[in-house]
Structure formats: C-alpha cells, structure tokens
Design a protein around this ligand. Sequence first.
Ligand code: SAM
Length: 226
Amino acid sequence: MEKLSKRLRQVASFVPKGARLLDVGSDHAYLPLYLLEQGTIHYAIAGEVVEGPYRSALSNVQKSSFASQIEVRLADGLAAFEAIDAIDTITICGMGGRLIASILDKGGKKLAKVNRLVLQPNNREDELRGWLSQSGYAILAEEILEEQGKIYEIIVAEKGQQALSDLDLRFGPFLRQAKSPVFLNKWENELKQLEQALAGIPDRHAETRSAIAQNIHAIKEILHES
Ligand code: SAM
C-alpha cells in the first residue's frame, strides 16, 4: 500500500485497538487498509456513496491481503452498516464539517452502539463541534496538523456531556488550550486576512465591518489568552 498521508495516520492513531470500524467516504479505502495492516483492527466497512471511489476502494481491497476482513459498501453515510455489523467506531474524513454533521445526524439511532467518532472536517469545524455538543457527545481529543501547505483539524468524540463556549466551538476546546505552532499559524493568518478585508470595507457597510471586527476581536482574545 502507498504510504498513508500524515493526516490519515493521525486519524488512525485515534482508532482504538480491536475496533470494528466504519470509514464513511472511504474513497481508496486507504485508512481501513492501513489499520488492518498495522494490526490495530481486524474488521472494517469502507462506505462510499459515489460509484468511482467505491470501485477504487473495492479494487484496492481485492488487491490486498485483507479482503476477508474489509467490506466495501456503496451507501450513503451511515446506511453502510446495520446493527448486526457491531460497528463501534466511525471515521469520517476529508469532508466539510457541515456535511459530516449531516451524515451523523441522518444516522439517528444507529449511533447508539457506536462508542467513538474520529472526524476530520476540512472546514466549518465550529458547526461540527456544535452538532456534537447538542447531540450528546463530548470531545475528548483534538489535533491540528499541517500537510503540503494545508491545515487540518481532527476531532475525537465519545458519548457524554460537555458545555462548550462560543470560543470552544470556533477554536476547539483542546486546540485553544494547547496553542500549538500550527494552531497559532492558522489563526494568525486568518487574523491578517480579516484585517486586510476590514481595511477595504467602506464605513457605510457598518454591519459587515462590525461582524469582521468581532471576528478579529475573538481571534486576538484566543491568541493572547494564557
Ligand atoms: N476519507 C478520504 C480521505 O480523507 O482522504 C476521502 C475523502 S474524499 C475528499 C470524500 C469522499 O467522501 C468522496 O469519495 C465522496 O464520494 C465521499 N462521500 C461524500 N459524501 C458521502 C456520504 N454521504 N456517504 C458516503 N461517502 C460520501
């Protein structure tokens, strides 16, 4: 198997040993294949809703030595598994945060037996954290990393209650505490862009200016909190 991206290796590190995994939007099935290869898991379903990526996943699985341990299913989101599959861990990576939240939301009661969600939104992390917190999940770990000039966040959640402030939703309860160099880089860049945008907006657009100013204020608060 090709070397797995740093992003997906980080995701893999949050999948518990012995998990029965569903990877939603599995594309080439790289993540479940890697976890099987590492011996972390012994069973996985690779779910894909689009024919082309589904075929790539199927072909990679058939070429591997794990064909008896991984099922590739053409399905929309959590429709890829049934109670009998005893899935206890779900990974959903490389999609927008809003789409990840809607996939989870559509799953409804199917999530009852799932212990852990490992999610890697490409954007709208705030909306995903909001869905988790309103749906009875607590975030237990977060990671932020840079790969090939892009910054990615990973959110790990399990059933539980957790009160998240607006700043937690936006910046991540763990990420804002840890303030890693990648985190600082992300928000310093965002701050610069917002300051440039604000400078170009005329005074008559008071509402837009005020929204951007609030945004800038929140980022400065996070960057300067100890
Ligand atoms: N998870 C892989 C990764 O992180 O590298 C692939 C990410 S790729 C950008 C997103 C994949 O999710 C696509 O192959 C797409 O077809 C699939 N996808 C999008 N919505 C889906 C859904 N509702 N159910 C299953 N797969 C979905």
